[in-house]
Design a protein around this ligand. Structure first.
Ligand code: V47
Ligand code: SF4
Length: 360
């Protein structure tokens, strides 16, 4: 073990990358503090004491979805089902306008794969938000939706992205990646596009110049080896495109889901996963702790385990809360700043593309 840590420290100092076997050994070891210290070193070299956050608002426009992933407590088959909904364009616009009035710089918008909404609905939503609130950056959809819109319209993903960009899309979040390994996908999201397809569509998105994030849903049925495989594929794609901004490990919330035996994620596993991600993904500048899924305390502690971004104000979130997340619905800017300050770090408000707006 001592040799493992020594070798990895030397690699971080020499700015060379660790191997898949080393990442697996870090996941398998019990010395959380040693892993955390290495992650903190890697993060220090990339970001110093700065921790980023933004003022944003999530809008989950519909939970109607043809995929019905077994880990998802958010989706419904149709609007008539208890809890099923699709927001009208005016409702979406009101939420965006409220966000802008409250100082938000970003709208984060994702939803289910709706069987009946035409592609024009999404174009109209983009254009209407931009017409109403041109100052807002629209971060919306994922490779999963792009693939779905392509099938819906008979177009290529590149053409779909071009239309969305022309209508106002500015960047994309990192959802839908889950765990790339086919055996795991069979159990948790059999209807979703394959991991290969997610990577292929994401590569095309990056080639159009749009930035995206990448996620990994962990703590259900996957093994450590599956996590390393996931990270390896992301690191390879990032080598080719440089189009990822942040990596966000999403802690699985088990309530109301249909994953047999899944218990959710403890604090130790969450911190270790964030730390190993920081050490392994040497070509990702930003590792984000999404406080909605991690909870506030683990998110705060993660700032000593390699994390340099704590997401945003969020305001209204369905996906994690429907699955039992016990975090608040929203945090104020003051709460985010205090949380970061109390971890001994420097809070930096950023925009979606990591331009620094204000240091606190
Ligand atoms: O793709 C669904 C996940 C994702 C559950 O890019 C669940 O900045 C935990 O991708 N437990 C959507 N996770 C959220 C997402 C995201 C969030 C915040 C920031 C960014 C970003 C992206 O939520 C889905 C899926 O992987 N999810 N159900 C659940 N029960
Ligand atoms: Fe649909 Fe996304 Fe939920 Fe899967 S995770 S069922 S694709 S909304």
């Amino acid at each position: 073990m001592i040799n493992l840590f020594k070798n990895i420290r030397a690699k971080i100092e020499a700015r060379t990358r660790i191997s898949d076997d080393e990442a697996l050994a870090l996941f398998e070891c019990d010395d959380l503090l040693a892993v955390g210290e290495l992650a903190a070193l890697a993060n220090w070299r990339a970001n110093g004491v700065k921790v980023y956050f933004n003022v944003n608002r999530h809008i989950n426009y519909s939970n109607i979805c043809v995929n019905r992933c077994t880990f998802c407590a958010f989706s419904r088959e149709h609007e008539d089902e208890d809890g099923g909904y699709t927001l009208a364009i005016n409702d979406i616009l009101k939420r965006a306008a409220d966000a802008s009035a409250a100082g938000a710089t970003e709208i984060h918008m994702v939803g289910g794969l709706h069987p009946d909404l035409p592609f024009d609905f999404y174009l109209e939503v983009m254009a209407a938000i931009k017409a109403d609130s041109p100052e807002l950056h629209i971060k919306a959809f994922t490779a999963v939706e792009i693939d779905y819109f392509a099938k819906l319209t008979g177009q290529s993903p590149v053409d779909v992205i071009a239309e969305l960009k022309a209508a106002g899309l500015d960047s994309m979040p990192g959802g839908g990646a889950e765990i790339f390994a086919p055996e795991v996908r069979k159990q948790i999201c059999p209807e979703k596009i394959t991991g290969e397809r997610w990577l292929e569509v994401t590569e095309q998105i990056h080639q159009t110049g749009l930035k995206t994030n990448a996620t990994m849903l962990f703590g259900h049925v996957e093994t450590y080896a599956d996590r390393v495989d996931h990270l390896a594929r992301l690191r390879q794609l990032q080598d080719r495109t440089g189009g990822f901004q942040a990596f966000i490990p999403l802690a699985f919330q088990p309530d109301n889901t249909r994953v047999p035996g899944a218990k959710g994620v403890g604090g130790v596993d969450a911190l270790k996963t964030l730390a190993v991600s920081r050490i392994y993904l040497d070509n990702f500048r930003h590792i984000k702790a999404y406080w909605v899924m991690l909870g506030l305390k683990v998110s705060q502690v993660s700032l000593a385990f390699g994390v340099n971004d704590i997401d945003g104000t969020v305001v209204e979130e369905q996906i994690g809360h429907d699955a039992g997340a016990d975090s608040p619905q929203q945090l104020s800017k003051d709460q985010l700043v205090a949380l970061i300050h109390k971890a001994g770090k420097l809070p930096v408000e950023r925009d979606t593309l990591y331009q620094e707006l204000r240091i606190y």
